[in-house]
Write a protein that binds this ligand. Structure first.
Ligand SMILES: [Zn+2]
Length: 356
């Protein structure tokens, strides 16, 4: 009997450790980016409203098309030309595919906590710079021998060091205008620039976060990289729809640029899964609420997820009825690396369709 169990154990072990081709995971978030624009392109009601769209001719030329497929392609060319063909897109509620916050608050800190801890902790209910008590999946991965020092995060918003609790986690998190203390000349140049730029949203522009992350990737080749963009949320709050769209378009372009690098570099090519999502949604039923989010805005807990990678089947835009939650992402990131994220708090199940 002993022998039979021994053999069975070995078979099960091989089975559970041999599935995924993914060796690197890159996570990107677009703060407060609505699923309505991801799947529908620019919204005509907001586009025609001169209060929200000052440059209506320019914005129409750049982002409007009568046909919805053409319109969303114009706003998110990488999502719709690359991910929709080779990856997966979840969250088009017009066809019954839903992704939601599990936390009841629908703003940033609780959303990012949910993404990275897998635990929609109801005690996390503020955007203040408080050290997060919950263990996140990035530190869990960084604490595995194989990935020690191979996990990094670059963020535009200066609250991320607290959300990811760098005090405890020892993760490398570079946020807002944190000095880039590297000898690499590209990172030194970006560092000089980030201190001299204008700051239209009160923190460094997303393009600096992106270039810092990209050059770090080239120089230090991390296995897990997180990039947190912020501009879309800020421009939405101040009611500048043209700037909100331009930021979304620019973020899509930066993601395309990163993917091009990944697929041209032996360390990353066909070994890297890219996951793109957001922290929360925004209003839509009451059109003026596109600017806002939070628990009083009834549709603001609606989000979306896009994935591309060697273990992700090319389902494209997922049109089957379904319900996913943001809290499932943390375990999914770990599972892609064949790791089982468990810690002292409950962790939601991974999204199997992403890697099976
Ligand atoms: Zn916001």
């Amino acid at each position: 009997m002993k022998h039979i169990f021994g053999v069975l154990f070995i078979v099960l072990s091989i089975h559970s450790f041999s599935q995924n081709k993914t060796q690197n995971v890159i996570i990107i978030t677009l703060d407060g980016m609505r699923w309505q624009e991801v799947f529908g392109g620019a919204d005509s009601a907001i586009l025609k409203n001169h209060i929200y769209t000052k440059d209506s001719i320019g914005t129409n030329n750049a982002f409007w098309a009568d046909d919805v497929t053409e319109r969303r392609n114009k706003l998110f060319p990488f999502l719709w030309n690359s991910i929709a063909k080779k990856g997966q897109l979840y969250g088009n509620r017009w066809v019954g595919n839903k992704v939601d916050n599990a936390n009841p608050y629908w703003f940033s800190y609780p959303g990012y906590n949910e993404i990275f801890t897998g635990y929609p902790d109801t005690a996390v209910n503020s955007n203040e710079k408080k050290w997060n008590k919950n263990i996140n999946v990035l530190e869990f991965i960084n604490n595995q021998k194989k990935y020690k020092g191979k996990v990094a995060a670059f963020a535009t918003w200066d609250v991320f060091p607290y959300i990811l609790n760098t005090q405890r986690s020892n993760l490398y998190v570079n946020a807002d205008a944190d000095t880039l203390k590297f000898e690499n000349p590209s990172l030194q140049l970006i560092n000089d620039m980030q201190f001299l730029t204008t700051r239209p949203i009160g923190v460094r522009p997303d393009v600096f976060t992106y270039f810092a992350a990209r050059e770090y990737l080239k120089a230090y080749q991390p296995n897990v990289l997180y990039i947190a963009f912020d501009e879309t949320d800020d421009f939405a709050h101040v009611g500048e729809y043209d700037q909100y769209l331009k930021s979304a378009f620019s973020q899509d372009a930066m993601i395309a640029d990163l993917w091009k690098y990944i697929q041209s570099t032996p360390q990353y090519k066909n070994k890297t899964t890219l996951i793109i999502t957001c922290d929360h949604g925004r209003g839509d039923k009451v059109k003026d609420n596109w600017r806002h989010h939070g628990k009083k805005i009834e549709d603001a807990g609606q989000i979306w997820i896009a994935v591309i990678g060697p273990d992700t089947k090319p389902l494209g835009e997922v049109k089957t009825a379904g319900q996913l939650y943001q809290k499932q992402l943390a375990a999914t990131f770990a599972q892609l690396l064949n790791l089982n994220f468990n810690t002292e708090h409950p962790v939601a199940d991974p999204i199997k369709s992403i890697y099976k």
